[in-house]
Write a protein that binds this ligand. Structure first.
Ligand code: EPU
Length: 425
């Protein structure tokens, strides 16, 4: 199994290009199920999760073709199979996004119920109540959710949950509603840029969606969607991770193919602690040259600070000059990285959904274990500055969501290498 070995202490310098957004590309790919004709998607990152979604679409009767430079072409050829089975859903929760499109287009969707994962329980009750509101019959059969509807009907749907809005529930219900009869209004919709990107893709295929990016999305049902040629937005979480990689190493990094306006909450916290972040035309320049200040960070739905960067900013704050407080409001259990960062010499104290970060002067390399995608990225950031060698096991988590991660870091001057062994860990 692959692992990463990092020798810490190199200041990152140079240019890095951000890939397409994983969390936009995955639901957009699921949206292909709604379309008649060929769909061309550009700026699709080459990731394990994207390959898993492609495989799932192939099983559901969609032909796909890969072209160079992140371009994929799709065409629905057979609508008989409506079953997303456990084998794929358990590997990737975003598989659940095929539910809305299949229900709308094929009148039936059978999707294995996803279980919990390393970052928490992750229920899908909001997806299901949204589909039921549109008129679907919802059943649970041997661990599968089975939804049926001859024709969905537009209605008003409230999608707020105990932790705010839900990204994939919003896109799932929105994708179901595009072919429904009449108007659907989703209230308490997720405002994340990835949700807006899915809506923009669907509109390019002939859907009539407005209000995307705000908490109220209106969908006027249409009879059919055609194909289109669409470019996925850049990945704001990958961009945020590289901004922090520049900051933690006191480096100077130019970031291209990135939208700063999608990262304002992150930029606000980072400027507060002393990181320089500037626009230069379309690019972002990041630099830092001193020990950073501590700060309070609370993860929230967009436009708040993203939970997907909570672990990475924790790595950064481990070395700040004072105590920081990090509170997780989306996934209160998303703290698997805490114990691993402590193995590197961090001083982190967890109290419920909050971690007190006592700033230390240095981290020291050690073998650590990646537990989920973003936690793994945080360990890489810590490894970039830790004295000596850090070995990160279970690197497949990183491959799910960061395209060519170690290669991009090497290009910036990091001493990081992927190795393999047969030990299984
Ligand atoms: N929730 C419910 N009921 C539901 C759905 C969600 O209570 O039916 C709760 C969740 O338990 C959580 C909160 O609502 O407390 C928000 O979850 P959300 O549904 O927004 O998460 P998601 O759509 O399953 C997406 C991203 C995650 C990201 C979250 C939050 C994709 C494929 N995944 O997940 O990305 O952390 O939004 O922004 O878009 C990652 O990329 O590493 C990742 C985990």
């Amino acid at each position: 199994m692959d692992y990463l070995v990092i020798s810490g202490g190199k200041r990152l310098r140079g240019k890095v290009e951000i890939s397409g957004a994983k969390n936009a590309a995955l639901p957009i790919m699921a949206g292909v199920l709604l379309c008649e004709g060929e769909v061309t998607l550009r700026n699709v990152p080459d990731l394990m999760d994207v390959r898993t979604m492609e495989h799932l679409l192939n099983k559901l009767g969609v032909a796909s073709r890969r072209e160079a430079d992140g371009t994929l072409k799709f065409r629905v050829e057979d609508e008989m199979n409506c079953h997303a089975d456990y084998e794929l859903v358990r590997r990737m929760r975003a598989s659940v996004c095929v539910m809305g499109p299949m229900l709308a287009k094929r009148g039936r969707a059978q999707v294995s119920m996803p279980g919990g994962c390393a970052i928490g329980d992750r229920p899908i009750n909001l997806h299901l109540s949204g589909m039921a509101n549109l008129g679907a019959d919802v059943d649970l059969v041997s661990g599968d959710v089975v939804l049926k509807a001859k024709r969905l009907t537009g209605t008003e749907i409230f999608l707020g949950g105990p932790f705010g809005s839900s990204v994939t529930a919003t896109v799932n219900v929105m994708m179901a509603a595009v072919l429904a009869e009449g108007r659907t209004i989703i209230e308490s919709a997720a405002c994340e840029p990835e949700v807006a990107d899915v809506a923009n893709f669907l509109n390019a295929c002939g859907a009539r969606i407005s209000g995307q990016g705000s908490p109220r999305i209106t969908i006027e049902g249409v009879k059919q969607l055609k194909g289109c040629d669409y470019t996925v937005i850049p990945d704001r979480i990958e961009a945020g991770t590289f901004i922090m990689a520049g900051a933690i190493t006191n480096g100077e990094v130019r970031i291209t193919n990135c939208r700063l306006e999608h990262l304002l909450a992150v930029v606000d916290r980072l400027r507060r602690i002393g990181v320089n972040i500037e626009r230069d035309g379309e690019d972002i320049l990041v630099s830092s040259s001193r020990r950073l200040d501590p700060v309070e960070v609370t993860s929230q739905p967009y436009p708040g600070f993203p939970t997907d960067l909570q672990a990475q900013i924790m790595a950064l704050l481990c070395l700040a000059d004072g105590n920081s407080i990090i509170t997780e409001k989306i996934y209160p259990d998303r703290f698997m990285h805490v114990a691993e960062l402590n193995r590197l010499g961090a001083k982190l104290h967890k109290e419920g959904p909050t971690v007190i970060v006592e700033g230390v002067k240095k981290l020291i390399g050690a073998p650590v274990m990646a537990s989920d995608l973003r936690a793994s990225a945080a360990l890489v950031l810590a490894g970039l500055v830790a004295k000596g060698e850090t070995r990160i096991n279970r690197v497949y988590h990183i491959d799910r969501g960061y395209e060519k991660f170690e290669r991009k870091l090497q290009n910036l001057g990091a001493d990081i290498e992927r190795r393999s062994d047969a030990s299984g860990e």
